[in-house]
Design a binder for this molecule. Structure first.
Ligand code: ZN
Ligand code: FE
Length: 251
């Protein structure tokens, strides 16, 4: 990989990420939920910020934006719902970070303005609050159908794609996943390994599309064992997805 990645925690369970090119010295921050957290991370790494990519309008992703922009002069890319963005983006837009193409995917569901950023040359995507480790975002603004389409789009990416998401929700997600997919050996093993990871105070993020397709029920709406468990063998993919989201909401 050409770029360096620095992931750090802020707030209750948020992850921020900095991506840096050691050659050009360019650095991007994914989201800006907390200016102190981001500025400390930049200082710690000795990196200066050139871009900010905003995934969606929620405060835990944007509260530090104006301060971070003011302190660093970084150019802000994000959805048009956010006033202070310099470049507002929508589906399939492309722009450059340090000489590499960044592709924008709209993934509505959690919010209507959600954007994900795909760095093809690094096989890395930043999924905000859309795709989580073994879970997906709650539906605050969009419909289950929209989230189903968003997740479907993400799992079409190459299987080796690295996925950075914005929250450490993995343990709760894994417990729910086991409740609907209890015989899945990969899930059982992954549950054991994340318990150890978390016990050691380490992050479970990033993940990969491959691991999510193997263990995340929201990526497994076509799976026969999950369908049998839900009594939905004949149902459409999107109605299985909707049922999973409803079950998780009341889990
Ligand atoms: Zn959010
Ligand atoms: Fe969030």
């Amino acid at each position: 990989m050409k770029f360096q990645y620095h992931q750090f925690k802020y707030g209750t369970d948020n992850y921020g990420v900095l991506v840096h090119d050691t050659k050009t010295k360019e650095t991007v921050a994914v989201d800006a939920g907390n200016s102190t957290g981001y500025l400390n991370a930049l200082r710690e790494m000795g990196w200066s910020l050139t871009q900010i990519w905003i995934t969606h309008h929620h405060g835990d992703h944007t509260d530090g934006l104006s301060e971070l922009k003011k302190q660093t002069g970084a150019k802000v890319f994000g959805p048009k719902s956010i006033e202070s963005v310099d470049v507002s983006l929508s589906e399939d837009d492309q722009f450059e970070f340090s000489g590499e193409q960044v592709r924008v995917l709209e993934t509505p569901g959690h919010t209507l303005d959600m954007l994900n950023f795909y760095l093809k040359s690094e096989e890395t995507i930043f999924t905000g609050d859309t795709l989580f480790v073994m879970g997906c975002g709650r539906l605050f603004e969009g419909s289950a159908e929209q989230m189903y389409n968003s997740i479907s789009k993400l799992i079409e990416l190459p299987r080796e794609t690295i996925v950075y998401c914005s929250h450490e929700y993995t343990l709760a997600n894994a417990k729910f996943a086991l409740s609907v997919d209890p015989e899945n050996i990969e899930l059982i093993n992954r549950y054991k390994s994340i318990e150890i990871t978390l016990k050691n105070g380490l992050p479970t993020v990033p993940t990969t599309i491959k691991r999510e397709v193997q263990t995340n029920p929201f990526c497994r709406f076509g799976d026969i064992a999950i369908r049998r468990k839900l009594g939905m063998i004949e149902s459409s993919d999107s109605s299985v997805f909707k049922k999973l989201r409803e079950l998780k909401d009341s889990f």
